[in-house]
Design a protein around this ligand. Structure first.
Ligand code: PLI
Length: 456
């Protein structure tokens, strides 16, 4: 019996990838300062750095790109995108941005004042950056289980209502501009939020007069988990589930580079007209006209089409189950990973993989660098380096010290997943030989992108 769905597409265009030698990769990792972000993509065999903007577009999306209306104002592709967002997400107003962080910038500037607190179900790097840059303080209100890589929970991204209540009691609702609800939770391992939790958070928000903005970056994958795991949703379509999810929010920020199946683009969606007017005032400063934001007409056309493809069940089933295939292979070999396997990536637990390395010698960064040298597979650190420093300049020490094997959408086959699994399993067998890293360069913010290291 087949337990993993086959590819629901056939391949029309191929992009050759280069197989490099271990000696070449050893040279490349030194050149890149042991930071996988700084490796040249041509030196990578299987690129699992991110699922962001790495999607393979469909023939219909490429066709739509040829219909790009590049008018400075009022492009027909904007109206296509607006219709797609209104129909699938259910929000009234749509402001296109160049990518997700463009929408985060605008939302944070409109909503957050110095001294505010922004509760969220675990931080995301750029989201928290914009909240803090506008004088807010991020407060983690995800359930405790999300910080435990071994704890099995169907909706590990849920908000802990007691934590939310405690925050409201301590600082008062007036100091909370909105609740930031991410679906799914990237840094917890791509973990979903249940519909019941969203409903309860909404009830709480209404009671206290709070707004909710979703970080809907991977909301389709979240909807898939709701369909599979939550009672009452098995017979609902992904679109129905997404609409219900969004009905509990006042708006969302979106990185189209993930669940809208495009290589660039994003949007801010809202229901409140006054907030929309403010967003339009800011989008012209930071992105462009409200009818294109930071996007070309053709990119809006591709994203409008991608939104409809993303709610297609066979696509979504293959996408999430392919990730599970990789996770199952690693778990069966005893490799420590975050469980349950999330929607977009398999996360190696670097603390358990390399227990002989202290967290301030950067186990996840080290593991990502070694995996590249061993196999040409590129992954990403999601641990102490990503967490950055606190107000006093000290490292934040997150409980989760992870390496993310992020699967691009519609790009790789199960055979590629086998290559990745074999490489990780081989590295696990010689884990005792791996040494840690120290900084040779560190940027003041979002340091993970550009930091450089050397072997200790
Ligand atoms: O990369 P952007 O600016 O389009 O989107 C920012 C962003 C916001 N929220 C979440 C949950 C993300 O995962 C996210 C971007 N993620 C990246 C780049 C990633 O590699 O996961």
């Amino acid at each position: 019996m087949r337990t993993y769905p086959p590819e629901p597409f056939r391949i029309k265009v191929v992009e050759p990838v280069k197989m490099t030698s271990q000696a070449e990769r050893e040279e490349e990792i030194v050149r890149a300062g042991y930071n996988t972000f700084l490796i040249q993509s041509e030196q990578v065999y299987i690129d699992l750095l991110t699922d962001s903007g790495t999607t393979a577009m469909s023939d219909a999306q490429w066709g739509a790109m040829m219909m790009g209306d590049e008018a400075y104002a009022g492009s027909k592709n904007f109206y296509q995108l607006e219709r797609a967002v209104q129909e699938v997400y259910g929000f009234k107003y749509v402001v296109p941005t160049h990518q997700g962080r463009g929408a985060e910038n605008i939302l944070s500037r409109i909503m957050i004042r110095p001294g505010d607190y922004v509760p969220g179900n675990m931080y995301f790097t750029t989201t928290r950056y914009h909240q803090e840059a506008n004088g807010g303080k991020f407060v983690d209100v995800v359930i405790d289980e999300a910080h435990d890589s071994e704890y099995i929970h169907p909706f590990k991204g849920n908000i802990d209502l007691k934590k939310l209540e405690k925050l409201v009691d301590e600082v008062g609702a007036a100091k909370i501009p909105y609740i930031c609800l991410a679906t799914t939770v990237n840094l917890a391992g791509g973990q979903p939020v249940s519909m019941q939790n969203m409903r309860e958070v909404k009830e709480f928000a209404v009671k206290h007069g709070l707004k909710i903005f979703q970080d809907a970056t991977r909301c389709m994958e979240n909807a898939y988990f709701i369909k599979k795991r939550e009672a009452g949703y098995a017979n609902k379509t992904i679109k129905e589930i997404v609409r219900e999810m969004m009905s509990y929010a006042d708006g969302c920020t979106m990185s189209g580079k993930k669940d809208c199946l495009v290589n660039i683009g994003g949007f801010l969606a809202l229901n409140d007209h006054d907030l929309y007017v403010k967003a339009c005032e800011l989008v012209v400063v930071f992105e462009g006209m409200p009818s294109y934001g930071g996007m070309a007409g053709r990119d809006m056309a591709a994203m409008a089409q991608g939104i409809y493809e993303a709610i297609d069940y066979p696509y979504l089933e293959h996408r999430v189950e392919q990730v599970r295939y990789l996770g199952d292979r690693l778990a069966a070999a005893g490799v420590p990973i975050v469980l349950p396997v999330g929607g977009h990536a398999v996360y190696l637990d670097a603390k358990r993989f390399l227990p002989h390395l202290a967290q301030d010698t950067f186990p996840a960064q080290t593991l990502a660098a070694h995996l590249y040298v061993e196999s040409g597979v590129r992954s990403m650190e999601r641990g102490i380096i990503s967490a950055g420093r606190d107000e006093e300049g000290k490292h934040r020490y997150p409980k989760l010290e992870l390496v993310r094997l992020t699967i691009p959408r519609r790009v790789y086959t199960y055979a590629h997943m086998d290559v990745v699994a074999d490489a990780v399993i081989a590295l696990y067998a010689k884990r005792d030989t791996i040494r840690g890293l120290r900084f040779t360069y560190e940027a003041p913010s979002l340091r993970f992108f550009t930091a450089r290291f050397e072997l200790i």
